[in-house]
Design a binder for this molecule. Structure first.
Ligand code: IMP
Ligand code: MG
Length: 186
């Protein structure tokens, strides 16, 4: 087991502060509440990184919703997806005829979101949309169209607010720029 690395100071410059995130999540909650008023809404996220954004977004939504989670694992040559995606936890909620909002932390190449959307659409929801906290459009390989976007971010790796590097830093309450090379091992 690796010991926790020192933070927050040694990680990197802050990209999004707690206040900026809170403000934007509140706006997304208002918009979603408006768009889905009167509809049977199921909000779905992928464990584990989404739990922070999900918890805040749900509390910013002012209409009744059902929540569900998926878990996946990726097999590939590198850490950054592009391999096979496999479900390790399925949904417990039926989706047929319901309005589904897939909530994700970040879209990078688009592979993960594309795979999930394809899988969710097979369950015949009445509608299926994407809400992402962070969008990094310049690295897109597969086209995906998020309806709700928290922030567009530049082309560098980030951690915090659920986003990890090797399972660490998820519990930072804000989002920082992260350079893996600056972290010395051991
Ligand atoms: P994609 O499949 O290439 O779009 O990558 C999306 C997934 O990769 C996200 O669900 C994250 O788990 C992970 N990811 C991509 N970029 C970052 C980042 O900057 N920080 C942390 N995780 C990331
Ligand atoms: Mg991850």
């Amino acid at each position: 087991m690796t010991s926790p690395r020192p933070w927050p100071r040694d990680i990197g410059p802050i990209l999004l502060t707690e206040a900026e995130i809170r403000q934007r999540v509140a706006e997304l909650g208002i918009q979603i509440s408006h768009d889905y008023a009167g509809k049977d809404l199921v909000v779905i996220g992928i464990l584990k990184g989404i739990v922070f954004f999900m918890a805040d977004l749900l509390r910013a939504i002012t209409i009744p919703v059902t929540v569900d989670f998926l878990a996946i694992s990726r097999y590939g040559p590198t850490e950054q997806t592009h391999g096979v995606v496999k479900f390790t936890k399925d949904l417990s909620e039926p989706l047929a005829g319901r309005h589904v909002l897939f909530v994700e932390d970040i879209i990078d190449s688009g592979f993960t979101t594309h795979f999930i959307m394809r899988t969710l659409s097979l369950r015949q929801p009445a509608s299926l949309n994407i809400c992402i906290l962070l969008n990094r459009p310049r690295r897109r390989i597969i086209e995906v169209e998020p309806t709700y976007v928290g922030f567009e971010i530049p082309d560098y790796y980030v951690v915090g607010y659920g986003l990890d590097f090797k399972e660490q830093y998820r519990n930072l309450p804000y989002i920082v720029k992260f350079d893996p090379d600056q972290i010395s091992e051991g």
